[in-house]
Design a protein around this ligand. Structure first.
Ligand SMILES: [Zn+2]
Length: 313
């Protein structure tokens, strides 16, 4: 037989699994009637935020407590004091004592806590997260507008070039050059498309797309001309470091990354986790430049399909 399922937080716990204390707090109290069906690891409010494990029981296995209706009625005033069963938002009468929500979520700190049913907690959480991410989306649009201004930034990919396979001693071949592709974000113009070689090519062996190290670095610097470099992630810009900043450490940024901004702008929230889904890499820098131009033209308000029309223009 399998042991109880372990849940990482209250949001993972499915309907129908309750703590013994929650069963006891039902408006018609119940007691666990079966094995422990789950364990949730969560913050213990009684132990100053320390994480703790809580045992969960199946509501369907549970049994009525021994209290009779007469006893419950007699005890009602005392027993249900400080317990709320009616949702303050929708008016539903829950079997279970309702928690005040939200309480300890930093993203929802501006929302006044109320006694809410499970459904209204879910809606409150999601609309609260949408509002939070809406603000981030507006910030992403402002960032994109800065990057899409004339002469401001280039969208870049840089890839290490090395021969396929391995050397006779089983090592990877050394890097022979860096293939760089760069587009002007403002107008989508291609400004660089070549491989800057690590060592000067032997006479007659250099192809049209290859540049010797020194003239290559010079051409690349001229193409950049003080513009910001935008990669999908900062890591994607790292192959440029030997060319553009050979003496700098990794703490010196070569440019900015678009990934987090695009994720903010899309704000495609996963209803289960409440977090936005990570945006997909557009792949080529011309496509990244187009995406940044689209983001730059979106209006801050959540006006739905109108945004896309404006972006497509
Ligand atoms: Zn409700």
């Amino acid at each position: 037989m399998n042991g109880p399922t372990v849940y990482e937080g209250w949001w993972e716990v499915p309907d129908g699994l309750l703590l013994a204390s929650q069963l006891a707090a039902m408006d018609l109290p119940r007691i666990p009637g079966g094995e422990v069906a789950g364990i949730v690891q969560a913050e213990n409010w009684h132990a100053r935020g320390r994480d703790d494990q809580f045992r969960l029981y199946r509501l369907s296995d549970s049994l009525p407590s021994t209290a009779s209706a007469t006893q419950l009625e007699a005890a009602d005033a005392k027993r249900t004091k400080n317990r709320v069963y009616r949702c303050e938002e929708c008016g539903a009468f829950s079997e279970q004592a309702l928690p005040r929500y939200p309480l300890d979520d930093q993203l929802l700190k501006n929302i006044e806590p109320r006694y809410l049913c499970r459904c209204c907690r879910h809606i409150t959480r999601l609309t609260g997260y949408q509002a939070h991410h809406g603000a981030r989306r507006a910030a992403a649009a402002r960032w994109a507008a800065t990057m899409a201004a004339a002469g401001a930034a280039l969208a870049v990919t840089a890839a290490e070039v090395r021969p396929e396979g391995t050397t006779p001693s089983g090592k990877r071949h050394p890097i022979t050059g860096i293939a760089v592709l760069a587009f002007d974000i403002a107008d989508g113009r291609k400004v660089f498309d070549a491989t800057v070689l690590r060592r000067p090519a032997k006479a007659g062996q250099r192809t049209k797309e290859q540049l010797d190290p020194e003239p290559g670095a010079k051409r690349l610097r001229a193409a950049i001309e003080g513009r910001s470099l935008i990669g999908w992630t900062l890591k994607d810009l790292e192959p440029l470091r030997p060319i553009l900043a050979p003496n700098s450490g990794r703490h010196v940024a070569l440019g900015e990354e678009a990934h987090a901004r695009v994720t903010d702008w899309r704000s495609d929230i996963d209803v289960r986790t409440g977090r936005p889904r990570a945006a997909t890499n557009p792949g080529r820098p011309d496509r990244l430049a187009l995406l940044i131009r689209r983001i730059a033209t979106t209006t801050p308000a959540g006006s739905g399909p109108r945004n896309q029309e404006e972006a497509d223009r």
